[in-house]
Design a protein around this ligand. Structure first.
Ligand code: MG
Length: 387
């Protein structure tokens, strides 16, 4: 190649998106290099990744656990750091060209903020960041001239399809949803769904939190809020369509009625790579479509009665302000409670509804207010479970 590799700081390297990102880096023929890896508590895997990719820095964010851990020999030149502050320093390092934000949950906001503040392009896989603080994060990105490149497959698809026309020619976007494992289940059946049934997603292989979100369609609710801020759309320009095959990831309709879709097998390595190779396209290790095997692509409108999370998504996208941070935190806490067997699956949107209703709305909050409400909403979920 002869060109300098793009230096990648990968936040959340041991999670599902993090591991796929390392596969993309390994297959990039030297065009990408991992210079920093961060992980929360899977320290053995982090150590193994450090030996394979030889980054300059690794950061373990669960500091007490990392200090107790018996670190084996790291390759020469690999510096080991602890704590979230070290992640903020890593993303600001002059030698970092792009940051992949693949942390799960609201904790992802801080490091994405620090990366944008440092003027770094961010390949954003953490949708909670835009759900919580979309207007402020996108304003910061603009001010620091630091692009946010979507990694979420639907948003990557929109980003790709938008290139077929000009911004003022756009009519609307359509985000597809597989419908999850309970696409055809009744509300009564869903209220009895077990954790194992919920984690058994029909098309995508993802982390636990997002897999539960896919079963309630909260994932799509969060994605439409994410799309609203990322692409600066009004909520009525965003539609959700159920597409069980997960081949068409999103569609963009222009004012003349032309609809441009992006198709590929459900494999996150493609959107991850596009965020890292943009504006170029490279050979990709992801599976390719075989049109001989592709029997049908079906689309249907979502059922708002069986999946009330979707309506919450539209409501929060319309309200803006503090609503996103509250919905996001309430959902995170409720999903954790469901995974611990403490509540039913159908309690998740009900809890989110009641926490949203109980919160004191602020249309123009500071980041501190958002962070405070994030903690407040989690406590409200605990209270809900106690009564
Ligand atoms: Mg997605």
């Amino acid at each position: 190649m002869g060109c300098t590799p793009r230096a990648v700081a990968l936040l959340g390297s041991t999670g599902s998106i993090g591991r796929s990102t390392l596969e993309v880096i390994a297959a990039s023929q030297g065009r990408l290099r991992a210079v920093g890896l961060t992980a929360h508590s899977q320290l053995e895997l982090l150590e193994e990744q450090a030996r394979q990719f030889k980054p300059q820095w690794i950061v373990a964010t669960d500091e007490p656990k990392a200090r107790r851990y018996a670190w084996r020999k790291l390759p020469p030149g690999v510096e080991l750091h602890f704590g979230l502050e070290a992640v903020n320093r890593l993303v600001s390092e002059p030698s970092v060209d792009i940051v992949v934000a693949a942390l799960v949950g609201s904790v992802g906001l801080y490091s994405t903020w620090a990366a944008l503040e440092a003027g770094k392009p961010v390949a954003l896989a953490n949708k909670e960041t835009l759900v919580m603080a979309g207007p402020w994060v996108t304003e910061l990105a603009k001010r620091r001239n630091a692009p946010i490149l979507p990694v979420d497959s639907e948003h990557s698809a929109v980003f790709q399809a938008l290139q077929a026309g000009r911004r003022h020619e756009l009519r609307r976007i359509l985000l597809t949803a597989s419908g999850g494992p309970f696409r055809t289940w009744s509300i009564a059946q869903m209220s009895e769904a077990t954790v194992a049934q919920t984690l058994n997603h029909p098309t995508w292989n993802m982390g636990r939190k997002i897999t539960v979100d896919s079963a309630t369609l909260m994932n799509k609710a969060l994605e439409l809020i994410e799309a609203r801020w990322l692409f600066d759309l009004s909520p009525d320009q965003i539609e959700v369509v159920i597409h069980p095959q997960s081949i068409v990831h999103a569609l963009v309709e222009f004012i003349d009625g032309s609809v441009i879709a992006q198709l590929s097998p459900p494999d996150m390595r493609l959107p991850i790579q596009y965020a890292l190779s943009y504006p170029e396209r490279w050979e990709c290790p992801a599976a390719k479509l075989d049109f001989g095997q592709l029997h049908e692509l079906t689309f249907q409108a979502p059922d708002f009665d069986r999946f009330p999370a979707l309506a919450l998504g539209y409501e929060v996208a319309r309200r803006g302000g503090t609503a996103g941070a509250v919905l996001n935190a309430a959902n995170e806490a409720a999903v954790a409670a469901f995974l611990e067997g403490r509540i039913k699956l159908t309690d998740i949107p009900a809890i989110c509804r009641s926490v949203l209703d109980a919160h004191v709305f602020d249309a123009n909050p500071t980041i501190e207010t958002l962070v405070r409400l994030d903690a407040w909403a989690r406590q409200e979920v605990t209270k809900w479970m106690e009564c």
